[in-house]
Design a binder for this molecule. Sequence first.
Ligand SMILES: Cc1cc2nc3c(=O)[nH]c(=O)nc-3n(C[C@H](O)[C@H](O)[C@H](O)COP(=O)(O)OP(=O)(O)OC[C@H]3O[C@@H](n4cnc5c(N)ncnc54)[C@H](O)[C@@H]3O)c2cc1C
Length: 321
Amino acid sequence: MARLRAGIVGAGISGASCAGTLASAGWDVEVFDKAHGAGGRLSTRRTEQGWATLGSPFISAKRDPFRSQLRDWVRQGWLTPVRGDVLQGRANLSWSQVQLPNHYRPTIEPSQLVHQLLGNARLHTLARVATLQPRTITMEDGRVFGDFDCVICSVPTPQAIPMLDALPLLRERLGEVRYRPIWSFLMRWEGGPQADVIKFDDHLLDLAVRQTADGPGLWAVHSSHEFAETYLEASVEEASTRAASALMGLLGLPWPVEVEATHLWRYAQPESTVGGFWLGDRENRVALIGDGIAGAGVERAWESGVRLAQALIQAREELVI
Ligand SMILES: Cc1cc2nc3c(=O)[nH]c(=O)nc-3n(C[C@H](O)[C@H](O)[C@H](O)COP(=O)(O)OP(=O)(O)OC[C@H]3O[C@@H](n4cnc5c(N)ncnc54)[C@H](O)[C@@H]3O)c2cc1C
């Protein structure tokens, strides 16, 4: 019997978990991502001494099955629980120590974690998808990949909408979903509180996380959603200057704070979602997964991919989407 074929758009954690689960059940799976590699919002930036992440700094699990996936990654030495000093509060007022239970930090590049989820699926990088049709994925450069038994799209829903002209049933459902942006910065500074994680109680900055894989001194700093919405169209220089001066004020730092890298995540986190683990157009054999469907965060994104794959595997040829 011929192997079932799936074409998946997006190699973030939802697309990769779906791809790997299908591939391990014998499906022939091709994954297309516009970036240089897998990871999506868990992708990694190479630095002089190692790597740093401008995307999600933590992976947390509230329940199984993701909990057992995380336990497995901890056993492999790929994740470690967030320990050490986590400060919450505001400079000159009071800082209090808090804990982040069930939160883990990758000890290997998070993009490698995502990459290993792909298993035997084939990843096409620098492959920007323009449109989806039943059984068919068309690239922006005109290449067409077809004959899929199932087409799956795992990109943030605002980025999926333009691909779905031929699939109005799906497109209509996505209009309700709204994402909020975050500006992320890699910054270096001297002094400030002794901590590994700083959670700001502030309308401009949200979080700073020490990037240990680069040696001491490098931090990933995340803006608030409000900051990112205000500076959505600002230049990198302007956003960096505003964030650096907010940070200096909050931590009481002297000049200079060096900003080594920046990234604007236009679709950082969904504010509202469709609900369920996936959204399917059964007749056309197309399904949507990811955090815009299943709920905010790495856990929901991973689970949406795995659950869809398991449903497809269980249904064998009679596709359930
Ligand atoms: C700054 C930041 C902080 C966060 N903090 C946390 C946290 O602390 N805890 C937590 O649980 N979650 C956090 N998140 C959210 C978490 O990262 C996401 O929920 C999760 O990674 C989403 O995975 P995904 O697979 O659904 O989407 P993505 O990771 O976005 O994957 C989508 C993939 O699709 C690709 N793509 C997009 N358009 C196209 C196209 N046209 N053609 C081909 N490929 C395309 C992209 O390149 C990307 O690789 C954070 C996110 C950000 C940005």
